[in-house]
Design a protein around this ligand. Structure first.
Ligand code: FES
Ligand SMILES: [Fe+2]
Length: 351
C-alpha cells in the first residue's frame, strides 16, 4: 500500500479475522511484550502462566534462581501445561502427566520406557526469549528478536531521569479489562490526546493538554507523549511530587507504559487481541514505597475514570467502522501523528 497520507488504515482491517491472523504471525509472534514483574515469581520454583499475543507462555524462576520462559504447550499432544501461578517442583501436564523440569527438560513420560518410540531427550518445553528491565519482565516468542534493551530504545534512562527508580517502587495491583473493539482501535485511542479536552474532562483539568505543551515523539517502535500538569491543576488528582511531567509510551505493538506527574509511579501492560473485534488488556500499577494511601487511592481512581471514558470511546468506534459503508477515516497531521506512525508500522509488517 502506498503512503497513507492523512488517511487511516482501511476500516476493514479492524474487523477482518484474516488481517488479525496476519498480525499474529507477522507482529505478535516477533515482538517483545510485557508479561509481569519479578513479584509474580518471587522465589525459586515459582511460576505463572500468561500469554504473548495468542501464544500461551509459562514464566518460571528455576532452582538456580534463573528466570525462564517457555511455550506453555505440551510436546505430547499439545495441551496447555500450566495454569495460574504458584510454586512447583516440576511442570506436569494435566492430560497424561508428562512432566517437565523447571529448566524445560522432559523428565518423565509415563509408559514411554515400556513402549518406546518417544525421544524423551528431545522433547523439552520450547524455550522463549525472556528479558528484564529492573523488576519488569518481557517475553518474545522470536528467538532471533532484537535485544530487549534495543527495543526499549532509551526508555529506561528516560524513566530514571524523570525521577522514577523502578527498583524502589512497590507493586500495587493489576487491573484487567476486555473491550469490544479491535486491538488497534484501543492502541490508537491511547496514541492521541486530541480527544482529551472533549472526552476526559477530569484528566484535562489536571494535565495541560494544550498541543503547544503536550508533546509527541516517535522512534522506530516507540511512540511517546509527554507533558506537564496544568500551572494551576484543579481536579481529582494531586500532580505535585518528585515527577514533574507525565509520560505515556506505546511500545509496538501493544505494551503501554504510563508515568503520571506526582509521587514516583508507573503503570505498564499489554493490549492484546482476543479476536478481531475484542481486546484484552491489563495494567500493573507500581508506586513509591512511601506514597501515602490517600494519594494512591486518588491516583488509581483518577486512572480508572479515564479508563471508563476510553471504553465508551473505543467501543463506539468499533460500532462505526464495523458498518462497512465507509472505507477509511482521516488523521490530523500533527495531533494524530503517532497514529500515523503506528499504522505505518502495521502496513510495513503486513506488506
Ligand atoms: S498432552 Fe500433555 S501429557 Fe499428553
Ligand atoms: Fe483517552
Amino acid at each position: 500500500m502506498a503512503a497513507l497520507a492523512n488517511r487511516t488504515l482501511p476500516w476493514s482491517w479492524y474487523t477482518d479475522p484474516a488481517v488479525l491472523q496476519l498480525e499474529r504471525e507477522r507482529i505478535f509472534r516477533r515482538s517483545w511484550q510485557y508479561v509481569g514483574h519479578v513479584g509474580d515469581v518471587p522465589e525459586p520454583a515459582s511460576f505463572f502462566a500468561t500469554s504473548v499475543g495468542d501464544i500461551p507462555v509459562v514464566v518460571v524462576r528455576d532452582r538456580e534462581d534463573e528466570l525462564r520462559a517457555f511455550l506453555n504447550v505440551c510436546r505430547h499432544r499439545g495441551s496447555i501445561v500450566c495454569e495460574g501461578s504458584g510454586r512447583r517442583e516440576t511442570l506436569q501436564c494435566p492430560y497424561h502427566a508428562w512432566t517437565y523440569g523447571l529448566d524445560g527438560r522432559l523428565v518423565t513420560a509415563p509408559r514411554s520406557k515400556r513402549e518406546g518410540g518417544i525421544e524423551t531427550g528431545e522433547l523439552g518445553l520450547v524455550p522463549l526469549r525472556l528479558d528484564t528491565w529492573g523488576p519488569l519482565l518481557f517475553v518474545n516468542a522470536d528467538l532471533d528478536a532484537e535485544p530487549l534493551e534495543q527495543f526499549l530504545d532509551g526508555l529506561p534512562e528516560r524513566i530514571a531521569g524523570a525521577g522514577v527508580d523502578l527498583d524502589a517502587l512497590r507493586f500495587l495491583q493489576r487491573s484487567e479489562s476486555e473491550l469490544d473493539c479491535n486491538w488497534k482501535v484501543s492502541a490508537e485511542n491511547f496514541l492521541e490526546c486530541y480527544h482529551c479536552p472533549t472526552a476526559h474532562p477530569g484528566f484535562s483539568a489536571v494535565m495541560d493538554v494544550n498541543p503547544d505543551h503536550y508533546l509527541l515523539e516517535t522512534s522506530a517502535t516507540r511512540m511517546t507523549q509527554h507533558g506537564p500538569p496544568r500551572a494551576v491543576p484543579h481536579g481529582a488528582y494531586d500532580p505535585t511530587g518528585e515527577v514533574g511531567r507525565g509520560q505515556f509510551h506505546l511500545l509496538f505493538p501493544g505494551t503501554v507504559l504510563n508515568v503520571m506527574p506526582g509521587r514516583p509511579n508507573l503503570s505498564i501492560g499489554p493490549i492484546v487481541p482476543k479476536n478481531a473485534e475484542r481486546t484484552s488488556r491489563f495494567l500493573d500499577y507500581f508506586v513509591a514505597e512511601d506514597a501515602d494511601e490517600a494519594w494512591v487511592e486518588e491516583a488509581l481512581a483518577f486512572d480508572a475514570q479515564v479508563g471508563i471514558e476510553d471504553r465508551t470511546l473505543v467501543e463506539r468506534v468499533q460500532v462505526g467502522i464495523r458498518t462497512g459503508l465507509i472505507d477509511d477515516g482521516r488523521l490530523l497531521p500533527e495531533s494524530e501523528q503517532l497514529i500515523a506512525h503506528f499504522q505505518a508500522l502495521i502496513v510495513d509488517a503486513l506488506a
